[in-house]
Design a protein around this ligand. Structure first.
Ligand code: CMP
Length: 225
């Protein structure tokens, strides 16, 4: 049990120590190895999850087997709640990008907390609102931004969650392949690689397998605008 990470999840944010402990007690643990699929888009689902350690990617597949990543989640982040509020099939496929530890809560159990504790409902609505804002930004970027702009934004987003400050910049251990990075940006691997190579040639980033160091954050921020 890692209550500190659990407490970062929206579900727990508003709860006092005792209530948080009781909710944590109602959750079970799931461990996944790298590459394991937790659920597929279209599956029926009756559990929500909080990431304790590792990273989970949420993706959808389009026609012709193309993949699009909607999000890469890390410790303290939650998913699988949409089918609680709007019963229906899973809207994405959830796959472990690294070895992953999760806590999971049955929807039935969550329902008890939602009726007894309005602050839990408020916190979940907060997450839904934030996700809608983000989804709107993503749509706007697909329409208005070019691929390098979207690559810059994706790097900053990954840095905000997975970045570690270093003397030369921010080291971001994203654990994604170049193909997955491209799926996150919503462009072909070739175009995304070209943008990354261009950023590297300008000295803004240094590329390493499954990680990147942001050397000139201000430049990347300007490019993301
Ligand atoms: P659910 O549909 O139950 O299962 C898949 C989960 O992926 C979904 O609940 C959300 O928790 C999560 N999800 C769906 N779309 C997004 C998105 N655009 N950004 C982040 N998470 C998402």
């Amino acid at each position: 049990m890692d209550p500190d990470v659990l407490k970062q999840a929206p579900l727990f944010r508003e709860l006092d120590g005792e209530a948080a402990a009781a909710l944590a007690e109602a959750m079970s643990t799931i461990n996944l190895r790298r590459g394991a699929v937790l659920f597929h888009e279209g599956d029926a689902g009756d559990q929500l999850y909080v990431v304790i350690s590792g990273k989970v990617k949420l993706g959808r597949s389009g026609s012709g087997g193309r993949e699009n990543l909607l999000a890469v989640l890390g410790p303290g982040q939650m998913f699988g709640e949409l089918s609680v509020f709007d019963p229906g099939p899973r809207s994405t496929t959830a796959t472990a990008v690294t070895p992953v530890e999760l806590r999971c809560l049955e929807h039935e159990e969550l329902a008890k907390w939602l009726t007894g504790r309005p602050e839990v409902s408020r916190a979940l609505l907060g997450q839904l609102a934030e996700r809608l804002r983000r989804a709107n930004d993503v749509v706007a970027d697909l329409v208005f931004s070019d691929v390098p702009g979207r690559v810059a934004k994706a790097l900053l987003d990954l840095a905000a969650r997975f970045g570690n400050p270093r003397s030369e910049g921010i080291l971001v251990n994203h654990d994604l392949t170049q193909e997955e990075l491209a799926q996150l940006v919503g462009a072909s691997r070739e175009t995304v690689n070209k943008a990354l190579a261009d950023f590297a040639a300008r000295g803004w980033i240094r590329l390493e397998p499954r990680s990147v160091t942001l050397l000139a954050v201000d430049r990347i921020e300007r490019r993301a605008r």
